[in-house]
Design a protein around this ligand. Structure first.
Ligand code: MLT
Ligand code: ZN
Length: 478
């Protein structure tokens, strides 16, 4: 049993260990970190602790374990599933890794960067670029999302098509395990066959098995040339057909293939200052495409132009534009990357992050949308995102004129269950890239195969027997 006196003693010990930069109980300091990015889940915590290095993280974990105090790890707090939000009961500490911002090394010779957990993704992009290299994972929250969070959620984003999600880019990890021991697996070996892969276990574990303090990450050569296009077309099937033709024509050069419906373009134009329509007319579906080549390799623009011209000629595409400058390319990307922000500004929606086999996704979008809109009168589905990965954000918006928050409170659970049942029936996943966190936990428990749940619970119990690491996330209680 723990007592309030023991909690006070723990807080005093942590304050002494970490000093004023690493420990605060000031409500103003805590406030921004108690609510999730979408502003939907609010928690409480006894303190915000911010260790400066892995040694301090290990000391915090050891003290917290002795006091049976839950720890909620946090990076940029950009989780889409409230994965970094503390529990409502408030007997927990937020453990921020944001002070651990060192880029320990960037080696072009090895194609590896070793970076600490609190480094924002954008800072890693810049550090790699300075060495003529590139870290090939990107997402809209790159300015605030941190490496520790990206590893712990096995983040996806807009360039998974060619280089895979975070899991494919993690070559090594340093982590503090729930007993306070430090796992030093940063050596970035390209081959290592010593049994269970702890790195991959921690990747996507949402902080439930330990705390990632640093990662060795794969780099690829910097971009020599890139071609960015925006295409208007009639159906998701036409979009996928275009992807296959582009792949055949450009080799592996296509990195991003993002599906954007007309409704999403409208939301961006309405809510994001400075946004401009990319094509003369509105099209039911659009794709944003990026193909790249390293320095010295053929520019993919020519092949892309030929494929787009052929598509316009045979009528499979309605309109297309290739960015003529970096500024234009960035403007096209901004249209895609501000969809979530525009959606949020427009009012809450029932959000889903789903995957089905790539070839089944066009059919899923069309039939799933019709089924949802028929079942929940007045709703509108906006399905956008990573068509090339078989992953879209299948968001259901409240009926026009309805109070979106009240609608979500009343209908949200039924909508979620309906969409997820469609996904499971299609052999898919209810979380393609955002993780389970808190907001998907009940649905995950309802729908996951028993063998998966049993194995997951056994791993959790073995590594974190007291259940102190990010409790209430990812692993449903038995
Ligand atoms: C995206 O692809 O834009 C992100 O995953 C965010 C979202 O789903 O809203
Ligand atoms: Zn996404």
């Amino acid at each position: 049993m723990t007592s309030a006196i023991e909690d006070t003693r723990l807080l005093d010990d942590l304050a002494a260990l970490l000093g004023p930069r690493g420990f605060t109980r000031d409500p103003a300091d805590l406030a921004p970190w108690l609510v999730d990015w979408r502003g939907r889940v609010r928690g409480a915590a006894l303190a915000l602790v911010s260790p400066a290095d892995a040694r301090q993280v290990a000391a915090v974990v050891t003290l917290a374990a002795a006091a049976e105090m839950p720890l909620v790890p946090q990076g940029g707090n950009t989780s889409m599933v409230a994965g970094a939000t503390p529990p409502a009961h408030g007997r927990a500490l937020i453990l921020s890794l944001r002070r651990m911002r060192a880029i320990r090394s960037v080696s072009a010779a090895d194609g590896v960067a070793i970076v600490e957990a609190g480094v924002p993704l954008q800072a890693l992009h810049e550090a790699a670029e300075a060495e003529g290299m590139r870290f090939p994972l990107s997402l809209a929250a790159k300015g605030s999302a941190t490496i520790g969070g990206l590893v712990s959620t096995n983040a996806g984003g807009t360039q998974v098509l060619r280089f895979g999600p975070m899991r494919a880019l993690v070559l090594g990890l340093e982590a503090v395990l729930p007993d306070g021991s430090v796992f030093n697996g940063l050596s970035a070996l390209r081959k290592d066959n010593r049994g269970y892969d702890l790195r991959q276990l921690l990747c996507g574990a949402e902080g439930t098995l330990g705390l990632v303090t640093a990662a060795a990450l794969r780099l690829v050569p910097a971009i020599g040339a890139r071609a960015v296009a925006w295409v208007g077309l009639d159906t998701p099937e036409a979009a996928l057909g275009l992807l296959r033709r582009l792949e055949a024509a450009t080799g592996a050069a296509v990195e991003s293939f993002e599906l954007v419906p007309a409704d999403a373009v409208d939301l961006v134009l309405r809510h994001i200052p400075g946004a401009r329509a990319p094509l003369r007319k509105s099209h039911r579906w659009n794709v944003l495409i990026e193909a790249t080549a390293p320095k010295g390799a053929p520019d993919p623009a020519e092949a892309m132009q030929a494929v787009l011209a052929a598509g316009l000629e045979d009528g499979s595409l309605a309109d297309a534009v290739i960015a003529a400058s970096e500024t234009q390319a960035e403007a096209l990307w901004a249209l895609r990357e501000t969809i979530s922000e525009a959606e949020r500004a427009d009012g809450v929606a029932a959000k889903h992050d789903v995957a089905v086999p790539v070839s089944a996704m066009p059919g899923f979008i069309t039939s799933g949308r019709a089924a949802v809109e028929a079942r929940f009168t007045g709703t509108r589905v906006i399905a956008f995102g990573h068509l090339g990965d078989g992953n879209v954000h299948f968001n259901v918006r409240a009926p026009a004129g309805a109070d979106a928050a009240a609608w979500l409170a009343e209908e949200g659970a039924a909508v979620n269950a309906y969409v997820h049942d469609l996904v499971v029936a299609a052999g898919g996943s209810i979380s393609a890239e955002h993780g389970i966190g808190q907001t998907k936990l009940a649905e995950y428990a309802r729908l996951a195969e028993p063998a998966r749940l049993a194995a997951q619970r056994a791993i959790k119990a073995a590594l974190d027997p007291r259940g102190l690491m990010n409790p209430g996330k990812l692993v449903p209680l038995a």
